[in-house]
Structure formats: structure tokens, C-alpha cells
Design a protein around this ligand. Sequence first.
Ligand SMILES: O=C([O-])CC(=O)C(=O)O
Ligand SMILES: [Mg+2]
Length: 388
Amino acid sequence: MRIVEIREQTLPISSSIRNAYIDFSKMTLSLVAVITDVIRDGKPVVGYGFNSNGRYGQGTLMRERFIPRVLEADPGSLVDDSGSNLDPHKIWAAMMTNEKPGGHGERSVAVGTIDMAVWDAVAKIAGLPLFQLLADRYGNGRPERKVFVYAAGGYYYPGQDYTKLKDEMRSYIDRGYTVVKKKIGGASLDEDLRRIDAILSVLGDGQKLAVDANGRFDLDTAIRYAKALSQYDLFWYEEAGDPLDFELQALLRNYYDKPMATGENLFSMQDARNLIRYGGMRPDRDWLQFDCALSYGLVEYLRTLDMLHQHGWSRTRCIPHGGHQMSLNIAAGLGLGGNESYPDLFQPFGGFPDGVKVENGFVTMPDLPGIGFEGKSDLYREMQKLSA
Ligand SMILES: O=C([O-])CC(=O)C(=O)O
Ligand SMILES: [Mg+2]
């Protein structure tokens, strides 16, 4: 058995939205197909992957380094000991041949995207949903089919007013979400507080708002926001300062004793470990948002979960960034605290298989082979174009 080809296509996911740091007018992502010579139902098994929003497509890095390393490796060196499936760990090691540690740049996105497609193929070859395969291999064998999801939105965009913001949030609540997220730091503190008040006016009992500064604030600004946000009962205060400024994060807890979240821009186990070692994050209330699709994939994320365990953190404190079905499977298979979701953004890549509804803040994983992309018709159409 072997991988016969890996294809990449860079696709636009552009829109007029902006957060406190970037606009998405030129945002792209890489869609990847890993084509194998394994036949199921009369057709070759193809695994698919794509990177999360927020980092651009990585086709150049893939074509120059990571795809050739996989295709040039002895196929026998990429299969598991039973010989009946590909081994994602061995494929990962092949991709990372002759790559020095540290300075992860965006190669972690390139590797993470291919890794997603490899896991999709591996679960399809095994004839299992990925969440079941993960629970069998790395968990207790019993996936948690119900996964908490929250609705990320509340971006700044031209022509937005309080009515539109409230309508947006109400539409998430109407679709079954109990937690919604908005951006902060793209307007003045006063303006952001007025926007928060507007959203809170449409939330009911048991419904909460999270806010996300996208790493925009220096320490003084982060503290000013912390003090002002303390008047609310927010789900979390996310990525206040630069993702690598662990001291800022650690100091902030002196000014904000409610939940904080960060980690979506930490792209390796080692960076995640530095956050845990030096960032002052509190295992009893804070949230970790490492996103495997941006950070060397699930092979690396398994290392991150081990690291968290060694540091006394429960994996239920992880709610990954990105809103993709890969992290949804990891959440269900390995017992994370939930997953992000973008109900209206970054389509057709985000979201759930057709027919999956959010109920009281949770989705229930359907029985689909692999990651489950085949169950989302608009997404699968794009994928089939790539592998045709
Ligand atoms: O706006 C973005 O780049 C996405 C983001 O931070 C999030 O989903 O938390
Ligand atoms: Mg964020």
C-alpha cells in the first residue's frame, strides 16, 4: 500500500470582515488530497485536508519540501507494523526530515494540512469515523459523540451597526448555540463595550459571550480591557496580547480573574509548553485553543496533549481554534472540551456534515468514514474537483 500522489490547491476564503489585527480580503487556504492505491468500494481511498483560516495557503512549501519527501520515501517505511494501514507518525517523520527545531514559521501549517488528509485516509482505510479510530488508539475506546461548539463571529465589517450585530448573534442562538463570540480591539474600548452591551441584551439565561482581541493589545491596553471586561460574566477573554508574550499573559491574571483563552497562534508542542510553563494560565478556568491544522497536525497535537497531562492540565480545557471537522473528531475521540464553529464564515470549509444540527450548544457526531467530509456536500464538491 502506498500514497501515489498528493495534490494541493490554494483557494480563496476572502471576505470583507476584519478582526483587530487583519482583514480577510485576501485570505486563502490550501486544500490537499492524499491519493492512495488502497481500493474501497471500487475506488481509491483519498484523504482530504485543509488549513484553518487566519494563515494563508501553503502550496509552495508543500510542493518544494513536504510532498516530495513523502513520495520519495520507501512506501514500506510509511505503513504501520501490521502492514494494513498508513502510519501518520511515520509519514510525519518523513515530512520533517532535515527540518531543524524551533522557528516554526508556516511550515507547521503545510505539515498540519497534509497530516489532516493522512488521518482522513487512515480512518477511511480502517473503515471507521476518525473519532472512533482515535478513541480506540489513544483514548478509552468510547468516543463522546456529543461535542460542545460555540459560534464565532462578531467581526468588524463595513456598514455594521448594533442592529446587525444583534441580528447576527440572535441568528446563532436561533440555530442552537449557547455561546457566541465577538471581536474586540478593532474599535475603541468605549465602542467595544457598547457592542458587548448590545449583544448581551439579546442573550438569555445560560447563554454567554466570549471576546477575542486577536493578540492586538500591549500590556497597558490589555489591562484596561481586563478591568472593563471584569464587569461582565464573559465565557472568555481571548488572545489579549501577542501570542508569544507569555509574561503579558501571566501578568494579566492579576487584573482579570475570570476565564481567559489563548493558543491559536502557537504552532508546536514546544510553544504550547512555553505557554503552560510561563503564561500563568490557570487549569481550573482558562482555555487552550491550539489548532492542529496550523500546528503540525494531529501527530504533534498528541504530543501537546501528553505535555498538558504531564503539567496537570485536563484536556477538557482544550477548545481548538479553526471550526473544522478535524478538531471536532479529536474533541469527540479524545475528550476535548469542545470546538470552535463559524456558522456563516469561511464556507464551504467550516461547519458540520449536512443534517447535523446544534442543539443546546452541542452537535452529535454522525457515523461517516474518516473525518466526515463526504457528508458535507458543498465541501465535498470542492474536494472531488481536486482529486478528479
Ligand atoms: O479572526 C481570526 O483570525 C480567527 C480567530 O481568531 C478565532 O476564530 O478565534
Ligand atoms: Mg481567536
